[in-house]
Ligand binder design. Structure first.
Ligand code: CO
Length: 292
C-alpha cells in the first residue's frame, strides 16, 4: 500500500515539476544563425564582393550558420532564370530559419545608406520581432539587425577615412565616387560623406546615379580646377551593373565618357566596396555592435 502511495507521489512530482523543467530548459538548445543581406548582383564580379563579406563573417563567427539573402527581386528572378539559382529574399530566408529551429538570428545589413531598401529590411525584421514577442512558431528567441554603413555623423567620418586611404586624392588626381543615390531623404548621407571627405582633400567628388549630388554638379566643380586626371570608383558594395555601365561603360553618357570628352584622363576602378578589407571590417563592427 505504502509503496503505491509513493509511486503516485513520485508520478505527481514528475508530472508537475517535470513539465516546468522541460519548459524552462527548452531554450537551452540554442541554434544561432546569421543572415547577410545585400541588394544583390547578377554579375560574378559583383557577387565576389558579397562572398568576401560572407567569408569574413564565417571567420569571425566559427560554427555559426551564415546565410545570404538579396533584396532585389529583379536580380533574384534573373539568377533563377539564367543560372537556375535560387537566392531568397529576407522574409523567405527568415521564415526558413524559423522553420528549421534557429533561436537566435542576427541580420547583417550591407546597405550603404538607411534608405528605402534598408527600411524595407527593417520592416521585415520588425515583423519577425513581433512574432518573436508573441511567442509564435514563426518567431525567434532573439533577432537583431545591424545599421547600414552611413547611419550617422560618426560613420561619415569613419567611412571618409577609409575611402581616403583606398583612393588618395591630390591636386593632380581627383577622385570621383559614384554612390547609388535615392529619392529617399537618407540620400543626404552622401552629402554628409562629401563634407567629411573634404576634410582630407578638396579633390573628392561624391556623386550618385539616382539622387544628388549629380554628375552635372561634379563636372561644374571640376571645371573650376586645374585637375586633368580623375580616378573614378563606385561607392557601392559591388561593382555591378551601375559601375560597369553607368560609370565605366562605353556609352556616350557614362561618367567615364563624359569626363573623357571634357578632356580628362580617366582611371576607372571596377572594384566594389565589399572587396576592401577595411570596409568589411567597418560592416562587421556595426554587426557586432547590433548583436550585443
Ligand atoms: Co540601381
Amino acid at each position: 500500500m505504502r509503496i503505491k502511495y509513493w509511486a503516485i507521489a513520485m508520478l505527481a512530482f514528475f508530472m508537475t515539476c517535470g513539465t516546468v523543467w522541460a519548459a524552462e530548459t527548452k531554450p537551452v538548445s540554442v541554434k544561432k544563425g546569421i543572415l547577410l543581406v545585400a541588394f544583390g548582383s547578377s554579375v560574378p564580379e559583383g557577387e565576389a564582393a558579397i562572398e568576401a563579406v560572407k567569408q569574413d563573417v564565417i571567420r569571425a563567427y566559427p560554427g555559426v550558420d551564415v546565410r545570404v539573402a538579396y533584396t532585389s527581386r529583379i536580380i533574384m528572378r534573373k539568377l533563377a532564370r539564367e543560372q537556375k539559382r535560387i537566392v531568397d529574399e529576407p522574409a523567405v530566408a527568415l521564415a526558413k530559419m524559423a522553420y528549421e529551429g534557429f533561436t537566435d538570428v542576427a541580420v547583417l545589413s550591407t546597405h550603404i545608406i538607411p534608405g528605402e531598401e534598408y527600411q524595407d529590411l527593417e520592416a521585415v525584421v520588425d515583423g519577425f520581432r513581433l512574432m518573436s514577442e508573441r511567442g509564435t512558431k514563426a518567431g525567434f528567441r532573439k533577432i537583431s539587425l545591424s545599421q547600414p554603413l552611413l547611419a550617422g555623423e560618426e560613420d561619415y567620418a569613419t567611412f571618409a577615412g577609409i575611402l581616403s586611404e583606398i583612393y588618395p586624392a591630390s591636386d593632380k588626381r581627383a577622385v570621383v565616387l559614384m554612390g547609388h543615390g535615392s529619392p529617399h531623404f537618407a540620400n543626404a548621407a552622401y552629402s554628409g560623406l562629401q563634407l567629411m571627405l573634404w576634410r582630407n582633400s578638396p579633390h573628392y567628388y561624391m556623386g550618385t546615379v539616382e539622387g544628388m549630388p549629380t554628375m552635372d554638379d561634379i563636372m561644374t566643380r571640376l571645371a573650376s580646377t586645374s585637375i586633368r586626371t580623375v580616378v573614378l570608383a563606385p561607392a557601392m558594395l559591388v561593382a555591378g551593373d551601375h559601375a560597369r555601365n553607368d560609370m565605366a561603360g562605353g556609352e556616350d553618357d557614362s561618367w567615364k565618357s563624359l569626363l573623357a570628352s571634357a578632356g580628362y584622363s580617366v582611371e576607372p576602378v571596377l572594384k566594389g566596396l565589399g572587396e576592401y578589407p577595411a570596409v568589411r571590417r567597418m560592416l562587421l563592427g556595426k554587426f557586432a555592435a547590433a548583436c550585443d
